[in-house]
Design a protein around this ligand. Structure first.
Ligand SMILES: C[S@@+](CC[C@H](N)C(=O)[O-])C[C@H]1O[C@@H](n2cnc3c(N)ncnc32)[C@H](O)[C@@H]1O
Length: 432
């Protein structure tokens, strides 16, 4: 099977199964016979079409004589792939993009649509591949940055035009990758010596930007010397400030990234109790803890909205709640496809988790709330509602040592600050 055909199959499955693009792609590529070059082509076409879907469909609805919703889904994805190559793949000649799309239509057993695919792509090519932007400025901006208009409006209302543009432009670029040194396995000096130019230190001790291909091939990865974790997540885990010997609850913990950073910072003492609602995801926490050789983590299934008396009196509680994921658009572009109605249900669940988390905190202890979204209703909206109902908690600065927004008790981290994902952290102390 060709790289393009696999990309179309994956696009069909992404729509049908509503699965995460990275998981679907990883599993398909590991089972495929494609060589490395074709795997890279498949990945870039697949991600690219998901990322630019809104722009591609704006082009298609202009050039297709049939309404898009009436198109067969395979034909529709072949067309998106064709337009994507014409617009964004400089290394693929236009003629090849059209011819390959027509061939693909036949090999996907949609031969009767091959003339139609050819006509649409050639029509766009004849017009020098100019994107037909709508006249309305907001609608045009939504097409330019490939975001739904409801999301664009929310972001502009919350952050203004310039910050929104910077955020959305960044979401269409490859994201920098960050790793965290595992103090249970090596020192920073040993890691720097071993990885050399492949890593660059950041302002956060133990955090590095990674410039290497497949990290799974690095022996230091297999030895558990480091793990991949976005800088925002590292900041969130360290901001909790868990000290050696303390008891920490991480209520929404899978796959366990923050659990590991918290536990590693506690020098193998105390205990991080890590829970997740999804039983099968608890195994992911356990696998990560094992690979890193951490001995101070207990992972179990648990519902963060339900109180378990046995864990009351914790020093620190982290509620890293399920959210819309708008801050990580550049890793999971499919989050743009979620409906605003589905997202509207999140703040109630997030507040319920935070309120339950509060019940575990000892007097003087820390409660921290975090999301990987930048939508205000899931962030400040929830944190402020919590504070209003819980005068026994006071807001405290998130991570004053890092300065900037992190000196505030509610901090929105934007990619323009550290190059990391969009993220939100709010920190509270229980009075007493
Ligand atoms: C943002 S992710 C957590 C990421 C994790 N803290 C990390 O750093 O690797 C949110 C997690 O919350 C879990 N979740 C959703 N609802 C939950 C609930 N009611 N109780 C516990 N976990 C829940 C999801 O299964 C998901 O793994």
């Amino acid at each position: 099977m060709s790289a393009r055909k696999l990309a179309v199959q994956l696009l069909n499955r992404t729509e049908q199964e509503q699965s995460y693009s990275n998981l679907l792609l990883d599993s398909a590529l590991s089972q495929s016979q494609l060589d490395e070059r074709d795997k890279r082509l498949c990945a870039s076409l697949y991600y690219g079409v998901i990322e630019r879907r809104i722009t591609l469909d704006a082009v298609l609805s202009h050039y297709s004589k049939q309404p898009l919703r009436k198109l067969d889904s395979t034909v529709w994805n072949i067309l998106r792939l064709g337009i994507y190559q014409l617009l964004y793949c400089d290394q693929i000649p236009s003629r090849a993009a059209v011819n390959e799309s027509v061939k693909l239509t036949r090999s996907c057993r949609k031969a009767s649509a091959s003339g139609f695919v050819n006509a649409v792509l050639r029509g766009f090519l004849r017009d020098d591949c100019k994107i037909p932007y709508p006249k309305d400025p907001k609608a045009a901006m939504a097409v330019e940055y490939a975001v739904p208009q409801w999301l664009l409006e929310k972001l502009v209302n919350a952050y203004g035009m310039d910050t929104t543009k910077a955020f959305l432009a960044d979401a269409l670029q490859p994201a920098p990758r960050f790793i965290r040194q595992n103090p249970a396995a090596c020192t920073c000096a040993e890691l720097e010596q071993a990885l050399g130019d492949a890593i660059r230190p950041t302002n956060l001790t133990g955090a590095y930007e990674l410039h290497a291909g497949d990290i799974r091939k690095l022996p230091e990865f297999r030895k558990g010397w480091f793990y991949v974790q976005d800088l925002s997540s590292q900041i969130c885990a360290l901001a909790l400030g868990a000290a050696s010997g303390e008891t920490v609850l991480d209520l929404c913990a899978a796959p366990g990234g923050k659990t590991c950073t918290i536990a590693a910072g506690m020098e193998q003492t105390g205990c991080v109790h890590a829970f997740d609602l999804a039983e099968h995801r608890v195994k992911l926490i356990q696998d990560n803890v094992k690979r890193l050789g951490l001995r101070n983590v207990q992972a179990a299934q648990g519902d963060a909205t339900r109180f378990q008396e046995a864990y009351a009196g914790a020093d620190c509680v982290l509620c890293d709640v399920p959210c819309s994921g708008i801050g990580v658009l550049r890793h999971k572009p499919e989050v743009k496809e979620k409906s605003p109605e589905a997202l509207a249900e999140l703040p109630a669940l997030q507040l319920a988790i935070l309120e339950n988390g509060a019940r575990y905190v000892k007097a003087g202890g820390i409660l921290q709330y975090s999301t990987c979204t930048i939508l205000k209703e899931e962030n400040e909206g929830v944190a402020e509602a919590f504070l209003q109902a819980h005068p026994e908690f006071e807001p405290v600065p998130v991570y004053p040592a890092l300065g900037g927004v992190l000196e505030q008790p509610m901090a929105t981290i934007l990619p323009e600050m550290f190059g990391s994902d969009g993220f939100f952290v709010a920190k509270f102390r229980k009075k007493g």
